[in-house]
Design a protein around this ligand. Structure first.
Ligand SMILES: Nc1nc2c(ncn2[C@@H]2O[C@H](COP(=O)(O)OP(=O)(O)OP(=O)(O)O)[C@@H](O)[C@H]2O)c(=O)[nH]1
Ligand SMILES: [Mg+2]
Length: 226
């Protein structure tokens, strides 16, 4: 699927649902990243978010997936709201500002909270270093942060600029990859479940199997037919 196939959707009960929660401290560019991706729009004005839900559809070979993108409050968030956001998330974009090292500290705390609240394998994280268009002198070196995220945490790290649009698609491409991974794992789990429940048949003796087969192909008695 290409990112161009992401489109607004109506409700479809049969569609699989996947929620990505966008978190990070105030002003790091969470809403700007979403707006750039969804509407190709960027505004210099900072309007603090309370909470906003965006909905899109991604199409995969095996079907469509409904994507809820939850844009959270950076500075105005209550702990209970954050807890709920974490509880309902399948994936998390943890955003910090490339020119503000303290905003990465918040990302660390958020990751800890997610890890505490959710079970391993139940969620995916993408760490986003935004505002890379700002003067290089102002920019904090990515090397250390990137190695912490990629080597220690083993999570995906992407540098972006919501202003220029640089790498914005990569963030959502990473999400797409995570969903695909999740779908494959789910399929594998289902297959192993079916293998497990078919085990007793495999343990049957030859004669038992033959009897079972006979019972299965025996025609329906005449008396039972209408
Ligand atoms: N130069 C530059 N400015 C950016 C970028 N992304 C966002 N901004 C600016 O940073 C400010 C905050 O952006 P928002 O997207 O509102 O940040 P937020 O994380 O959603 O903020 P809260 O909703 O308050 O948590 C705005 O003035 C944006 O114009 C970027 O990549 N580069
Ligand atoms: Mg916002």
């Amino acid at each position: 699927m290409s990112l161009n196939t992401v489109m607004p959707i109506g409700r479809d009960s049969k569609m699989q649902n996947f929620r990505v929660v966008v978190m990070g401290t105030g002003g790091v560019g969470k809403s700007s990243i979403i707006s750039k991706f969804m509407n190709d729009k960027f505004t210099e004005v900072h309007k603090e978010t309370i909470e906003e839900l965006h909905r899109h559809q991604m199409r995969f070979d095996s079907g469509s997936v409904e994507i809820d993108i939850l844009d959270t409050a950076g500075s105005l968030q209550f702990p209970a709201m954050r807890k709920l956001a974490i509880a309902t998330g399948d994936a998390f974009f943890l955003v910090f500002s490339a020119n503000n090292p303290e905003s990465f500290e918040i990302v660390k705390h958020l990751r800890d909270e997610i890890k505490e609240q959710k079970q391993k394998g139940q969620y995916s994280i993408v760490v986003v270093a935004n505002k890379t268009d700002l003067d290089i002198e102002e920019n904090h070196s990515h090397a250390v942060t990137e190695s912490v995220v990629c080597m220690d945490w083993e999570e995906k790290f992407i540098t972006t600029s919501a202003k220029t649009g640089d790498n914005i698609e990569c963030v959502f491409q990473a999400l797409e990859d995570k969903i695909r991974e999740r779908m494959v794992n789910l399929k594998k789990k289902r297959l192993s479940f079916f293998r497990r429940i078919s085990m007793p048949v495999m343990r049957m003796t030859k004669s038992e199997t033959a009897t079972t087969a006979l019972v299965e192909i025996k025609p329906r008695p005449q008396s039972m037919k209408n």
